[in-house]
Design a protein around this ligand. Structure first.
Ligand SMILES: Cc1cc2nc3c(=O)[nH]c(=O)nc-3n(C[C@H](O)[C@H](O)[C@H](O)COP(=O)(O)O)c2cc1C
Length: 367
C-alpha cells in the first residue's frame, strides 16, 4: 500500500480508523492504530459521559474527557492521532478548541456541512495551526460545495476529504430510500469527487487526497477502492473486534454473533438514518415505542428531547458499556464478517496481506 500524504503529514499505512462514538474509539484504539502507521481517531461525541459529573455538567465533562483521552493516547504513541467531531453536536466549537489546543494532528468533521467558521474560537488558533481539517461527506456535489465555499470565503480548502458511501456503520449521509439504490456506489462517488476537486487542486497547487469509507472491510476492498483513485480508506466496523477497541466485550460479542439480516436501519434523532445491529430495543423503536428520556443536556443542536423517541447518546453509550437492554450498537453492513477478537497489529497485518494478494491477482490477470 502506498503512503498517504495529507499536506506535510505522511501516513505510512493509508488506513484511518473511523472515530466511533459514544466511547467506542478512545485513546486505546486510536493509539494502537497510530502505532501501526495509520491514523488513530478518538471520537469526541459524548466523550464526557465517562466522567462522574456528566449529568450536571456535560459540556465541561466533554472538554475535560477529550483533553484527557488525547493526552493518554499521546503517552502511548508517537504516531498520527485524530479527533472526530460531529458538527451536529451543540459543543462542536468547544471540542474543536480543545483538539486544536492539544495540537491534534487531524480533525475529522462529520454529521453536517462545515461552511461557517467557528465563531467562538480565536482566529489565530484556527489559522496558525498545523492541524489538518478533513470533512466527511456522501456526495461529490457536497464536496464541491464545501471546497467552493471555503475557497471563496476563506481562501483555503480542506486538507483532504472523506467520502462515505451507503454501506457504513452509524449515521448515513443518504436518504433511507437511497441506501439500497444500486446506482449509488462508493466507487462512483469517489470518482466524481476526484473530478470535482481537481479544479481546486490546480488553483492551490496542492494535492487533496480523497479518502473512501463505508463497507471497506478487507484488504481486497482497500485495493478495489484505491484502484479508482482513493488515496486512503477510513474503516470503523473492522476495528471494533480488536482487543484495543475501547468498547465493552459485550459490544464486540454483539458483532461476532450477528448475521447479515441483523444489520438494519433506524431513524436517528440526529435526523439521519443510522445503521445498527438489531435487538429488542431496536425492534421497539422501529415499531414506534417511545423510550424514557432523561436528558441531562441538549447535546445535539437539532434534538428536541421532548419529542424524540429515544436518546441516541444514551443508547450508544449504554451499548458501549455492555448494556444492550437500553441500547444498541452502530455497525456497518459487513459487521457479520467478524469471526474473532484480535489485536490491531494482527488486523493491520491481515489487511496488508489481503491487499497484496489482491494486487498480485490483478497483476496476474494483466499478464
Ligand atoms: C460503532 C460505530 C460508531 C460510529 N460513531 C461515529 C461517530 O460518532 N461520528 C462519526 O462521524 N462517525 C461515526 N461512525 C462512522 C465511522 O467513523 C466510519 O466513518 C465508518 O465506520 C466507516 O464505515 P464502516 O463501518 O463500514 O467501516 C461510527 C461507526 C461505527 C461502526
Amino acid at each position: 500500500m502506498n503512503e498517504l500524504k495529507i499536506g506535510n503529514l505522511t501516513v505510512k499505512v493509508p488506513i484511518i480508523q473511523g472515530g466511533m462514538g459514544v466511547c467506542v474509539s478512545l485513546s486505546g484504539l486510536a493509539s494502537a492504530v497510530a502505532n501501526e502507521g495509520g491514523i488513530g481517531v478518538i471520537s469526541a461525541v459524548g466523550i464526557g459521559m465517562t466522567e462522574p459529573d456528566f449529568r450536571k455538567n456535560l459540556r465541561e465533562a466533554n472538554k475535560r474527557a477529550l483533553k484527557k483521552e488525547i493526552r493518554k493516547a499521546r503517552l502511548k504513541t508517537n504516531g498520527i492521532l485524530g479527533v472526530n467531531i460531529m458538527l451536529a453536536a451543540s459543543d462542536f466549537d468547544d471540542l474543536l478548541e480543545v483538539a486544536l489546543k492539544e495540537r491534534i494532528d487531524v480533525v475529522f468533521i462529520g454529521a453536517g456541512l462545515p461552511l461557517k467558521k467557528p465563531s467562538n474560537i480565536k482566529t489565530s488558533l484556527l489559522e496558525y495551526t498545523n492541524t489538518k481539517f478533513i470533512p466527511k461527506v456522501s456526495s461529490a456535489r457536497t464536496a464541491k460545495l464545501i471546497f467552493r465555499h471555503w475557497s471563496e470565503k476563506y481562501d483555503r480548502i480542506p486538507d483532504a476529504i472523506v467520502i462515505e458511501g451507503p454501506l457504513s456503520g452509524g449515521h448515513q449521509g443518504f436518504r433511507k430510500e437511497d441506501l439500497n439504490n444500486p446506482e449509488i456506489s462508493l466507487s462512483t462517488i469517489v470518482r466524481n469527487t476526484i473530478h470535482e476537486i481537481d479544479f481546486f487542486e490546480q488553483k492551490y497547487g496542492i494535492e487533496i487526497p480523497v479518502i473512501a469509507a463505508g463497507g471497506i472491510y478487507s484488504g481486497k476492498d482497500i485495493f478495489d477502492i484505491m484502484s479508482v483513485g482513493a488515496k486512503g480508506v477510513k474503516m470503523g466496523t473492522r476495528f471494533v473486534t480488536t482487543n484495543e477497541c475501547d468498547a465493552s466485550i459485550e459490544f464486540k460479542q454483539n458483532y461476532l454473533s450477528c448475521s447479515p439480516n441483523d444489520i438494519t436501519i433506524i431513524d436517528s434523532p440526529v435526523g439521519l438514518p443510522g445503521r445498527v445491529i438489531t435487538n429488542n430495543f431496536v425492534q421497539e423503536i422501529q415499531t414506534g415505542k417511545k423510550k424514557p428520556i432523561n436528558c441531562p443536556w441538549k447535546c445535539l443542536k437539532i434534538c428536541d428531547y421532548r419529542k424524540v423517541q429515544f436518546c441516541i447518546a444514551e443508547a450508544l453509550f449504554n451499548a458501549a458499556t455492555g448494556n444492550f437492554r437500553n441500547g444498541f450498537s452502530f455497525a456497518g453492513t459487513k459487521a457479520f464478517l467478524a469471526k474473532e477478537i484480535i489485536s490491531v497489529k494482527e488486523t493491520i497485518n491481515q489487511l496488508k496481506n489481503e491487499y497484496l494478494r489482491e494486487q498480485l491477482r490483478f497483476e496476474l490477470i494483466l499478464i
